[in-house]
Structure formats: structure tokens, C-alpha cells
Design a protein around this ligand. Structure first.
Ligand code: F3S
Length: 298
């Protein structure tokens, strides 16, 4: 069986940075907690908990004297204010690409524009971005943008500023831009899709187009993994989305001559390796070059 691994599979630099900062904080021995999961991967969170970094849900739950780690998806301004009011030390692992969006929306509002945030309303990154302005409108895609504008024609003439979730697909975002340019007379558009995401999605599509099956490894909570699975499903008849190696059902790959593997931005290299090991144990005849690819990617 020919098995190809996407070069970009696994941690992006923002996630790698967040995990390293949290691991250093844990190793320092000083008391610290995570405010929410710092990345969307339960295995990584469990490993940090085993090192003594527990998860708290709200700033007020952080024990006095503990440093508080802010997750890679970022937090709204009110959370920073609450932590500062409690005198907590903040260890900020917000991805710089996300911090940039916080500044863009805050500045847009200060200039009198209404921020339009294109992304999933329930995703922590989007909630955090909305928390840097007072009147942001969150819309989950081009259809929602069209409906919002159509609901009140005066909106098309308002000063607006549009940004996107870092993990949106380029195709959805382009459709939003097209709609906005057609309907709105005063809109500032900032392209905030992360380059690492674009590259990962493009590679996943290339692999999905030329292989008989795709394995997508990543958490069910991870929106960038979900996008990868959706993009692959549009091009490849068999897509297996798994969180860990034990979910891989080898019979789903019987008879496939070629398999592509990609992984979400918050999937650690050791989980990719686990999948490889399981496939080897199942006597799948994997080409030797795959082990080399794996070495390079983790
Ligand atoms: Fe940052 Fe992009 Fe990763 S926004 S957390 S580098 S997917």
C-alpha cells in the first residue's frame, strides 16, 4: 500500500508555541492553571494535567497565586481585565495570527466601523475576537452575510470591517468578499485566514484527489480538522476521521492501493506515529518512504 503523509500534518507553529509555553510553565514548578483547553486535543490536555496544570473554566475559578495560561484561540478583553483585577500572572499563548485580529476589530470599531466576523459563532476563537469590540456581528458564512445585509438595506451603506476565522476555507471567504464587494459601499476587508491553514488545506486536497482513501487525524472539537475532513470528502470516496489510532478500523482500508494521511493543527506528531504503528502492526504493506516522511514531520 502506498501511504503519503501531508508535509504540513500536525502542529502548526501557533499550537506548537502554545504547548511549549505551557510545558515550560508546568516544568517551572510554580502553580499554574489553563483557562479552558489551550488547544483542541484531549491527549495534550491530559498530559499537561498530569504535569500539574489543571483546567479552570472562568477567571474567578483560578486559585489565588496561580499563573493563568490563556489558550491559543485567545480570550476577550473582559477576561484579561478580570484576571488583572485578581492580580493573576497571565501566561498568554494566544496565536499571534489571532491577536492580530483582536487588534483589527478593536481598531475598526474605534474608527466607527461595525466589525463583521465571519466564522462559527460557537467557536472559542470567534467568541474571543468578538470580545475585543462592543458591537461585533458574527456571521457563519456567505449565506448568513447575505441574509444580514438583506434584512436592512441601510446596512449596505454602513461603515463596516470584515475579518475571518483563521481556519475558514479560502473558498467560503472568497464568496463572502464577493458578496460584500457587490452589496456594500463602505467596507474594509482584512484577510485573516492563516497561511498555515491554507497550506494544510491545499495539501490535503492534493492528497485526497490522488489517493483511494484519506485518513484525517484530529479532535472532533477541532474546527480546522473538520474543514480538512470536509475538503477531503469532496474529492475522495473514503475519508476516515479519527482522533486516535485505536479508532482506525483496518478493514476500511482493505483493497486500497493508496492512502493519504493528514492531521489537524492541534494533532501532536506522536499521535500520527501511533496511527503509523497501528497500520504496520496490521500488516498493511506500507511503502518504506512513509517512515521517512513521518520522521521529517514530527
Ligand atoms: Fe495560529 Fe494558524 Fe495555528 S492561526 S494556531 S498558526 S492554525
Amino acid at each position: 500500500m502506498k501511504v503519503e503523509l501531508a508535509k504540513s500534518a500536525g502542529f502548526c507553529y501557533g499550537v506548537r508555541r502554545a504547548v511549549e509555553v505551557a510545558q515550560q510553565a508546568a516544568a517551572s514548578g510554580r502553580p499554574c492553571v489553563m483557562l479552558g483547553h489551550i488547544i483542541h486535543n484531549n491527549s495534550v490536555i491530559e498530559a499537561l494535567e498530569a504535569q500539574g496544570v489543571s483546567v479552570v473554566e472562568r477567571p474567578e475559578d483560578a486559585p489565588a497565586g496561580s499563573a493563568v495560561i490563556i489558550r491559543s484561540h485567545g480570550e476577550g478583553k473582559a477576561v484579561y481585565d478580570a484576571l488583572q483585577a485578581r492580580g493573576a500572572e497571565i501566561i498568554d499563548t494566544t496565536c499571534p495570527n489571532v491577536s492580530r485580529i483582536h487588534k483589527l476589530v478593536a481598531q475598526a470599531e474605534a474608527e466607527g466601523r461595525c466589525p463583521l466576523i465571519i466564522g462559527s459563532p460557537s467557536h472559542p476563537e470567534i467568541q474571543a475576537i468578538a470580545g475585543w469590540c462592543t458591537n461585533a456581528v458574527v456571521l457563519d458564512g456567505p449565506e448568513a452575510l447575505g441574509d444580514w445585509l438583506a434584512a436592512d438595506p441601510r446596512r449596505c451603506r454602513m461603515p463596516l470591517a470584515m475579518v475571518s476565522q483563521t481556519t475558514s476555507t479560502r473558498e467560503r471567504w472568497e464568496r463572502c468578499i464577493k458578496k460584500a464587494k457587490k452589496e456594500c459601499t463602505n467596507i474594509k476587508i482584512s484577510d485573516t485566514i492563516c497561511n498555515a491553514t491554507c497550506k494544510r488545506q491545499a495539501e490535503a486536497q492534493e492528497l485526497a484527489a490522488r489517493n483511494e482513501a484519506m485518513i484525517v487525524i484530529g479532535s472532533r472539537e477541532s474546527s480546522n480538522t473538520r474543514r480538512l475532513a470536509e475538503l477531503c470528502a469532496a474529492l475522495c470516496p473514503t475519508v476516515l476521521w479519527i482522533e486516535r489510532a485505536e479508532e482506525l478500523e483496518p478493514s476500511n482500508l482493505y483493497g486500497k492501493a493508496s492512502v493519504g494521511i493528514t492531521a489537524g493543527a492541534s494533532t501532536p506528531g506522536w499521535i500520527i506515529k501511533e496511527v503509523y504503528d497501528k497500520m504496520s502492526e496490521e500488516n498493511m504493506e506500507i511503502e518504506e518512504s512513509f517512515a521517512e516522511m513521518l520522521e521529517k514531520s514530527i
